[in-house]
Design a protein around this ligand. Structure first.
Ligand code: 7TS
Length: 411
């Protein structure tokens, strides 16, 4: 286990050698996607240079190697989540695809009118629209857990989170906008008590916190490779075997059948029955390299550093007049995202002026329009942290905001 400084960590990421407008980049858009360490880029190149072949179908050496690497990556993802078996890991293109898989394969054939799907008011559209679609298709209804003034799940709502009508609880582990860490373990326990299943959107927690599916005891969990320093186009759905084995595939085609006749087919076992078509083998292999990279650090030390940096950012930004911060005031209750608004200036303008200072943040609704409506804002600016960020990046953000204030000063 190592714990190098953010500066040493940045040396692992080739993109930070680039200059933007003559300055090094202060990359504060990690919730959208993280940058890639050399080890991940090399794993991608190494696969295509030395092992490229299709999986499962060929009998030749390369195909066997590709299959072995792909299945090893599945095992690596299982260890990352402390899943009991690689058979619980389905490779998908990302969190969105993983959630849609559960919506179509588990929920759609099972839910009925009168059934409830419980969400929170802070869900990303990817953990909201698939449930709206299923609700329309099945006659089930959606119910939302509301937030308190600091963007946490309101205690009185959590107490009544589930009812006898609840069939599924779909909740984000960490909010991509507010950074709030939700008490997922508690919510899962409540859901189990009424016989409801749970799916955890771990897209924003896996980059920052240890995620243990057996400790959480959730039924399903999804995350994206590109947010944990891995490549785009690869992600993971974890599912308990008892559910995956009972689910029909959401998509069918090559690579997921045992036997096909003119009028029927027998599916392979889970997880392969959910991976129709040629899989993203290079992506899976490079994701495994990313998980090795991330877990090569002392997680507790990393988390401590992030809490300290979040505290520093909240303090520095909080000093500015006309700037409003959102999310929990306690840095230990949040991970990654630091959203804010600047009085009288549209978030897109803030982000654009910061870009001119080589400070990369995102301005927009962050695929959370119902949350924006709840907060009463059309959009927010969001800085979001990765393991290579340090106080210098936050100082650059604060200086950039000084420039925003200068440009928009009306007196
Ligand atoms: N769930 C959460 C909580 C997310 O933050 C995101 C992406 C997704 C699901 C979807 O992940 P994908 O990999 O399938 O696209 N969030 C963001 C964001 O905050 N800014 O850009 C993408």
């Amino acid at each position: 286990m190592s714990f190098p400084s953010p500066e040493t960590i940045r040396a692992d990421f080739p993109i930070f050698r680039r200059e933007f407008h003559g300055r090094p980049l202060a990359y504060l858009d990690n919730a959208a996607t993280t940058q890639k360490p050399r080890a991940v880029i090399e794993a991608l190149v190494d696969f295509y240079e030395h092992h490229n072949a299709n999986t499962h179908s060929g009998v030749h050496t390369l195909s066997e190697e590709a299959t072995e690497l792909y299945e090893e990556a599945r095992g690596r993802a299982a260890r990352f989540l402390n899943a009991p078996s690689p058979r619980c890991i389905v490779f998908t293109s990302g969190t969105t695809a993983a959630i849609n898989l559960v919506a179509q394969s588990w929920a759609r054939p099972r839910l009925q009118p009168g059934d409830e799907i419980v969400l929170t008011a802070m869900e990303h559209h990817s953990n909201l629209l698939p449930w709206q679609q299923v609700a329309r298709e099945t006659g089930a209804s959606l119910r939302y857990l509301e937030l308190d003034g600091e963007g946490r799940l309101a205690t009185e709502h959590m107490e009544k989170a589930v009812t006898e009508a609840t069939r599924l609880l779909a909740v984000t582990h960490v909010s991509n906008v507010l950074g709030t860490i939700n008490p997922v373990e508690r919510l899962v326990r409540q859901a189990r008590a009424v016989g409801a299943l749970t799916i955890v959107d771990a897209a924003q927690s896996t980059p920052h916190l240890p995620v243990d599916v057996q400790a959480l005891d959730c039924d399903f969990l999804a995350f994206s490779g590109h947010k944990v320093y891995g490549p785009m186009g690869i992600g993971v759905l974890y599912g308990k075997s008892e559910h995956l084995d009972a689910m029909e595939p959401h998509a069918s085609g090559g690579g997921m059948v045992l036997r096909v006749e003119r009028d029927g087919a027998d599916w392979m076992e889970a997880p392969w029955r959910f991976e129709a078509g040629t899989p993203n083998v290079a992506g899976a292999v490079a994701l495994a390299a990313a998980l090795d990279y991330l877990q090569g650090f002392d997680g507790e030390a990393l988390r401590g550093q992030e809490i300290a940096l979040t505290g520093y950012a909240l303090e520095r930004l909080g000093e500015r007049s006309g700037l409003r911060l959102y999310g929990p005031s306690d840095p230990a209750q949040r991970a990654g995202a630091i959203p804010f608004s600047v009085e009288g200036v549209h978030p897109h303008d803030v982000a654009e002026i910061l870009d001119g200072q080589s400070v990369a943040v995102r301005g927009g609704h962050h695929c959370c329009q119902p949350l924006m409506a709840h907060l009463g804002v059309p959009a927010l600016v969001r800085a979001s942290l990765g393991l290579y960020n340090d106080t210098n990046d936050i100082d650059r953000l604060a200086e950039g905001l000084e420039r925003v204030a200068g440009i928009f000063r009306h007196d």
